[in-house]
Ligand binder design. Structure first.
Ligand SMILES: Nc1ncnc2c1ncn2[C@@H]1O[C@H](COP(=O)(O)OP(=O)(O)OP(=O)(O)O)[C@@H](O)[C@H]1O
Ligand SMILES: [Mg+2]
Length: 387
């Protein structure tokens, strides 16, 4: 009987020690998590112990390309395009694979570009694309389903309804917290400009669907001009020019290839590219044919569209308060976005405005990089749109 009592008392002892230990650890864990949730989670410094609880991603949802950055790494960089089975509506391919199918589909498959002019044009396809691209990150976690926190960039000229569409499609794709940031602001941060300084900077983001011109100072956009004319319009101009001038029909992908290989904003360049062979369908005979095209011709074809962007830049400069104009005179204009890579565009803008023009180091990724930095500073950057 005595031994049984002893065992019984020991068991109680062990249990209470364990309980104390348990509550001690519980206390420690909650203390750590309080500390982390308050400060570091918001600043994106939760790598390690609790990183499995929240997945934080920055998305540059662009008309032409979508980029996702996680833990400072570009984990997705794909064309914004979805291929769908027409009968079932199911997604067949996303990104590069879908782009390869673009213009080459049969009647059971269609390729959709969910964004037009920088905003969501096909809500369902946009949601499928975001969902598919998040899957591409391939975190491979099955045990925990981390809650998703996203910062997504939006054009500065976006309407409330269009903004809602971005937020809704992100939420449908699984985001628990969604923050939005204006593209020129993200571009400025991505370029490395200190946007909170009392110093004016002009940023121009020429993407696929929109050109955004903004003057930024003290962590806010002072004035901006957003036009729905950008890189994709250059591509359309080339398609049109080839048809009109050379009687040759070329697809969107071929026209884009021409733009990248022999595209130019000025008819005379210092580093002129070689002429380029273009294949397409002869408009008269219907037979495939090849013609050779030079950058001077392309510069001529793009002239009108580039003038529209120049006009928008001039009108943004006109709107700028004089103190900030003085700053811009010193700092010049910064260019970002894939469209800014057109040969001679920086020189042409510089000739028009008589201001120095700098192209971002990595124009296609500047906005995404800025969005990722914003993600790490969610609590600090007041210009993030939360509601
Ligand atoms: N080397 C190049 N020369 C000229 N244009 C280029 C070059 N490389 C890419 N582009 C163009 O840049 C555009 C894509 O740029 P970007 O990825 O910045 O756009 P986006 O962010 O998807 O669009 P948006 O911001 O308007 O929604 C496309 O029109 C593409 O053809
Ligand atoms: Mg963009």
């Amino acid at each position: 009987m005595r031994t049984e009592w002893r065992w019984f008392l020991r068991a109680i002892d062990i249990l209470s020690i364990n309980r104390n230990l348990f509550s001690f650890f519980q206390y420690k864990i909650s203390a750590i998590s309080i500390n982390i949730t308050k400060r570091e989670v918001a600043q994106g410094k939760t790598m390690g112990l609790f990183s499995f609880l929240t997945q934080e991603i920055a998305i540059d949802l662009g008309t032409a390309n979508t980029l996702i950055i996680m833990n400072d790494k570009v984990v997705v960089d794909e064309p914004s395009i979805v291929a769908k089975d027409i009968q079932t509506g199911k997604v067949v391919a996303i990104g590069k694979r879908a782009q390869q199918m673009h213009g080459k589909t049969h009647k059971l498959i269609e390729t959709v570009r969910p964004l037009r002019d920088g905003v969501i044009a096909d809500f369902q396809a946009a949601e499928q694309m975001i969902r598919g691209m998040i899957k591409m990150i391939g975190t491979g976690r099955s045990l925990f389903n981390p809650s998703l926190r996203m910062v997504i960039c939006i054009p500065s000229g976006i309407t409330e309804v269009e903004k809602r569409a971005v937020r809704d499609s992100a939420e449908h794709a699984g985001a628990k917290e969604v923050y939005l940031i204006h593209e020129p602001m993200a571009a400025a941060i991505g370029i490395g400009i200190d946007v909170e300084e009392p110093m004016g900077n002009m940023i121009i983001d020429i993407g696929g669907g929109t050109s955004e011109i903004a003057v930024i100072a003290l962590g806010g956009i002072v004035c901006d001009k957003s036009i729905r004319v950008a890189g994709d319009d250059f591509t359309k101009d080339i398609e049109e020019y080839m048809r009109r001038q050379h009687n040759i029909l070329v697809g969107e992908r071929t026209a884009e290839e021409i733009k990248i290989n022999v595209g130019a904003a000025l008819p005379e360049l210092d580093n002129a590219p070689d002429d380029w062979a273009v294949q397409g369908r002869d408009l008269m005979t219907g037979i495939p044919k090849e013609i050779i095209i030079s950058y001077t011709e392309v510069a001529h074809a793009l002239d009108k569209t580039i003038s529209k962007i120049e006009e928008a830049i001039l009108s943004a400069l006109e709107m700028t308060p004089p103190e900030l104009s003085a700053d811009i005179y010193k700092t010049g204009i910064y260019l970002a976005g894939g469209g800014s890579m057109l040969r001679g565009l920086d020189k042409r803008i510089s000739l028009k405005t008589k201001l120095p023009v700098h192209i971002a180091e990595d124009p296609l990724r500047a906005v995404a990089r800025g969005t990722s930095i914003a993600l790490k500073n969610i609590n600090r950057f007041q210009f993030l749109i939360r509601d």
